[in-house]
Structures are given as structure tokens and as C-alpha cells.
Design a protein around this ligand. Structure first.
Ligand code: ASP
Length: 440
């Protein structure tokens, strides 16, 4: 029998009762042998995730604000102690919390602080299931550039196979310097994928609070269709563009090993969930569109210059400006005499935009340079569009009929997605119009 890796997200670890429900899910299937956990997340809307509280603790130590630190740490402590009470067992959390508090006050790193939610959640799940706790620092390794080190997989297999079953805290590992290092936010999903690949699992189950992927965000479109199967590429496109069910980098470890991912709902374990499958041939291509996702807050810098097409090195000079400031761009749509840079607003804080505009003018001497700051990007994704002629015509007609002005268009050469840039006030209407065209 193959092994299943179960990763439980923050809402599945939010309080003692839901932790017990998560443990029951593990125990209901003997092949669910390795478990990866997130820190306790939100219990209700307006609640604060433990990881966010831990970041605040770090900040308050940095600001030498002891009162603030004490107040925030008290909240963290109260959450863990109430979990212990709900579970009804002495899990030794007080001693762990005392030690963590001491270390944070002694100036431990931001990543160490942030990782303690997962560490304690791992200890709790290990005690509830009665299986060993294996710390992620024992095998998840980052290289000197901060990227996941490939030796993680061999080490992970060696360390984890010593145990028939184990619980591993998600979100962190060990840096090349030997200190705790975290993945980016939501990175527990990556840890789960890493464990799945190290153990050559037959399935990576990601347990969360929704029954998989929907054709678009249910907060934008009322009761959208549920997606039963997605390909890795479709998942990557949708999650990168804002469908935040799974971390957009979680597919990389499992893709290499061809391990399917199943998104399942801890609160409705009987639901099938969504399967994310390695082979495109396993996905139906009948429907041109699989899903729609979008993100707000982009800036588009459009540069126009006559005979740009004949000016050798033009794009290189333009991109050198971004490189100099360590800024990445999302898209680079171009025409004969125009090119646009689409940049996430998060990269343009603290006056960086003005500096970029000035340096771009100096570098390429454009005829015209315009900046649009309130752009939302909406991606329509599906392998089926390559085979269904007329998909883009339908999409643009639907947007035209809805009175939406499309300010930018980008279609990936793989014919897997069509991305449009619209004013952020048109964001919801844009998604609704595309959804109505392809799903209603
Ligand atoms: N607890 C971390 C976060 O809130 C990681 C995770 O939940 O996957 O980002």
C-alpha cells in the first residue's frame, strides 16, 4: 500500500476540537502515515493567526517595547493553553512556551519566532496521535541563496523512514548557516509537498477549510462551479493569480515525482475534493476554461517609441533598470512600437515608482511613457482553450458586452491562459462576465 501525506492548514489546527477532528481523519486511513501541520489559524472572522502574533512579538522586541511583547505573547500562550485544555491531556506546552519566550526576548531571528506556531502545533498533533515528532530542521535544508536545497529529499527519506509514522511541523527548515529559516507565507503547503516527494508518496492530501478549487472565488461570484480535476500547470496559473487554496510553489516538489495532490475539507471529510494531476491527458479538454482567478494592485508602465522594433538592446536596457532595483515584473506585453511592464504594487512602495520612471526615461528615451496604477489582472485558465477555437473571441465579447475596458492583454504562448488588465473597480464585474460566458 502506498503512503499518503496529510498536511493540515491553519483552520484545521485552529482549536482543540478541530485538531481532534483532524487527528480522526488521519486515523481513519492506515496509509495516512506522515502528517505535516500549520500553526493554529483563524477560528472566526476577525481572529488573528498565531503566526501573525509571532511576527508581532518579534517586532515588539525589535522596538524594545516590552509591554507590547508581554501582551501579545500572553495571547499566544492563552491560545495554546486553551488547545491543551480542549484536548484534555497534559502536553507539556507551558514549559515549551516558557523556553520560546525566553529565546524571543534574547533576540532570536524573525524566522525562528514565526516558526514556533508550527513547532508547537507539531508537538500537539504528535501527542494526540501518539506518533513521533520529527523537527523539520532535521531534513528541510535551504542553500546559501535561501532556496530549498535538493539534498532535502534524500535526507528527508533517510530521517523519516526511521519511523513508520511521524508528525512534521510545516513552514520551516534549516538555513545554510544552521539557523531556522521559513518559506514564504503559507509555506506549510510546500513542506507537505517536500515530505511527499522525499517519501515518494502515492498522494499528497492537503486538508483545508474548502472542498477544493472552484471555477472562481466564491466571494466574487455566487456559488461558482466546483472543479473536480486540475493539471499542475492550471493549478500553478490559478494559484499564482490569486486562487489562494494552495501555495503557488507547492507543486514544484511533487511535480518532479508525479505525485497527485488532493485538496480536501477537514470540515466535510466526505467530500471528494479537487485532484491536481500530473498528466494533462488526465484532464478533460472539452470545456475551454477550467477556472478564473485575479489579483488587484498592479501598475502598468507603458513605453512608446517609434521604430522600437529596430532598436537593438531596447528591452535589455529597459529591464536593466528593474534589475538594478531588484524588482521583478509579472508580464511584458509588447507591440511593434510599444512595450508595457506590469509590476506588482508591493514592489513599488516608498517612492520606487518615481525613481523607475526617471531611470527608464534616461535609459530608453521614449516618445511617450504612461503609468496606470490601479490595474487588476484577471487570468482565464484552461488547457481546453488550445483546442476550442473562438475562446478569446467569446471572452472579449463578454467583456465588451459588460462595458469593461480592457487595458492590457497577455496570452501565454502555451495557450493555457488569457490575462487581461482592467481597472481595479471593474475587477468583480470582469470575473463575473467571464464566468457567465463560460460556465452559465
Ligand atoms: N503559518 C504560516 C502562515 O501563516 C504558514 C502556513 O500556514 O502554511 O503563513
Amino acid at each position: 500500500m502506498g503512503i499518503k501525506i496529510c498536511k493540515f492548514g491553519g483552520t484545521s489546527m485552529a482549536d482543540g476540537n478541530v485538531i481532534l477532528a483532524s487527528a480522526k481523519i488521519v486515523e481513519s486511513d492506515a496509509s495516512r502515515r506522515y502528517v505535516v501541520v500549520s500553526a493554529p489559524g483563524k477560528r472566526f472572522s476577525g481572529d488573528v493567526k498565531v503566526t501573525d502574533l509571532l511576527y508581532q512579538c518579534y517586532e515588539s522586541v525589535l522596538d524594545k517595547n516590552t509591554d507590547k511583547f508581554e501582551k501579545i505573547f500572553e495571547k499566544i500562550q492563552a491560545r495554546f493553553l486553551s488547545i491543551e485544555k480542549e484536548i484534555g491531556k497534559d502536553l507539556g506546552l507551558q514549559a515549551e512556551l516558557d523556553e520560546i519566550k525566553k529565546r524571543i526576548l534574547n533576540g532570536e531571528s524573525e524566522d525562528y519566532c514565526a516558526s514556533r506556531g508550527e513547532y508547537l502545533a507539531g508537538k500537539i498533533m504528535s501527542a494526540v496521535l501518539g506518533v513521533p515528532f520529527v523537527d523539520a530542521t532535521e531534513f528541510i535544508r535551504f542553500d546559501e541563496h535561501g532556496l530549498l536545497d535538493e539534498k532535502t529529499y534524500a535526507l528527508g527519506s533517510q530521517v523519516l523512514k526511521k519511523y513508520n509514522r511521524a508528525v512534521v511541523p510545516g513552514f520551516y527548515g534549516l538555513s545554510a548557516k544552521g539557523t531556522v529559516k521559513t518559506f514564504s507565507r503559507g509555506g506549510g503547503d510546500i513542506s507537505g509537498a517536500v515530505v511527499a516527494r522525499a517519501l515518494r508518496a502515492e498522494l499528497y492530501e492537503n486538508w483545508t477549510d474548502v472542498s477544493g478549487f472552484y471555477a472562481c472565488d466564491p466571494r466574487v461570484v455566487n456559488a461558482p462551479k466546483w472543479i473536480s480535476k486540475l493539471s499542475y500547470q492550471e493549478l500553478r496559473e490559478l494559484s499564482y493569480m490569486g486562487a489562494n487554496v494552495l501555495h503557488s510553489e507547492a507543486i514544484f516538489p511533487v511535480r518532479v515525482a508525479g505525485i497527485p495532490i488532493r485538496i480536501c475539507n477537514t470540515f466535510r471529510p466526505e467530500d471528494t475534493g479537487t485532484y491536481i494531476l500530473p498528466k494533462v491527458t488526465d484532464i478533460s479538454l472539452e470545456q475551454p476554461v477550467t477556472g478564473i482567478a485575479g489579483k488587484k494592485d498592479f501598475t502598468v508602465i507603458t513605453i512608446e517609441k517609434s521604430l522600437m522594433n529596430a532598436e537593438i538592446g531596447f528591452t535589455m536596457r529597459l529591464l536593466t533598470v528593474l534589475d538594478r532595483h531588484g524588482i521583478s515584473f509579472e508580464h511584458l506585453p509588447s507591440g511593434i512600437d510599444t512595450i508595457s511592464l506590469v509590476i506588482d504594487n508591493a514592489n513599488l512602495r516608498h517612492g520606487v515608482l518615481d525613481v523607475l520612471v526617471k531611470e527608464i526615461k534616461d535609459a530608453v528615451n521614449p516618445d511617450l511613457l504612461s503609468v496606470h496604477t490601479d490595474i487588476a489582472l484577471v487570468a482565464t485558465v484552461g488547457h481546453g482553450m488550445a483546442k476550442n477555437i473562438g475562446t478569446s473571441a467569446r471572452l472579449f465579447k463578454a467583456l465588451g458586452d459588460a462595458g469593461i475596458n480592457v487595458q492590457m492583454i497577455d496570452q501565454g504562448s502555451s495557450e493555457l491562459n488569457i490575462i487581461v488588465g482592467v481597472n481595479k473597480d471593474d475587477f468583480a464585474n470582469c470575473i463575473q462576465a467571464i464566468y457567465n460566458e463560460f460556465f452559465n
